[in-house]
Design a binder for this molecule. Structure first.
Ligand code: FE
Length: 174
């Protein structure tokens, strides 16, 4: 594989850090690949497939300083990718907090690990915060990523290789 951002991302997916996803039965890499595959299966446009695939890249070692993984991931990706890719990544944790407020059945379907992190992430949004979130550009895309994210923790799922998505990513580079 040649250089460039897609090769750099492929390398990150192969790092030891991508093998550990605290409290979940899949690796971070498998989790992201499954999220991307679910987006693709749902017929999402390329930028949203990329956002789904890359939403947790901030859990991997990036040369970016930011406290939250969604901010690290979005900031690093913004070097190469446009807002339709980076914004759903940046908002995917807020989308979880939003769904806890807006969708009555959502909280009950969260994994134990995700319930644990919800508290650390600030808990459900208030009614007012939920209204503000829903009005943000890319809020709907972030919610879509979040729903695939929550389903992408299946240790038995058939998971595509990273380069299944290489063409999609190359086509989005800005
Ligand atoms: Fe995730």
């Amino acid at each position: 594989m040649t250089g460039g951002p897609v090769a750099a991302i492929a390398e990150l997916f192969g790092t030891a850090a991508a093998r550990d996803y605290l409290g979940e039965p899949v690796t971070v890499a498998a989790h992201m690949l499954q999220t991307g595959a679910l987006a693709q299966a749902a017929g999402a446009p390329p930028a949203l497939v990329a956002a789904a695939l890359l939403h947790d890249i901030g859990h991997l070692p990036l040369p970016v300083r930011a406290k939250e993984h969604e901010e690290r991931g979005a900031a690093w990706l913004a070097t190469w990718f446009p807002a339709p890719v980076t914004e759903p990544v940046r908002l995917h944790v807020a989308a979880k907090r939003y769904l806890c407020a807006a969708d009555p059945g959502y909280f009950a379907r969260l994994s134990d690990a995700s319930v644990h992190t919800l508290a650390l992430q600030g808990g459900p949004l208030t009614r007012e915060q939920a209204r503000e979130f829903a009005a943000l550009p890319y809020a709907a895309d972030a919610v879509a990523v979040r729903r695939w994210d929550d389903q992408a923790k299946d240790p038995r799922a058939v998971t595509p290789d990273f380069c299944h998505f290489c063409g999609v990513l190359e086509g989005l580079l800005s």
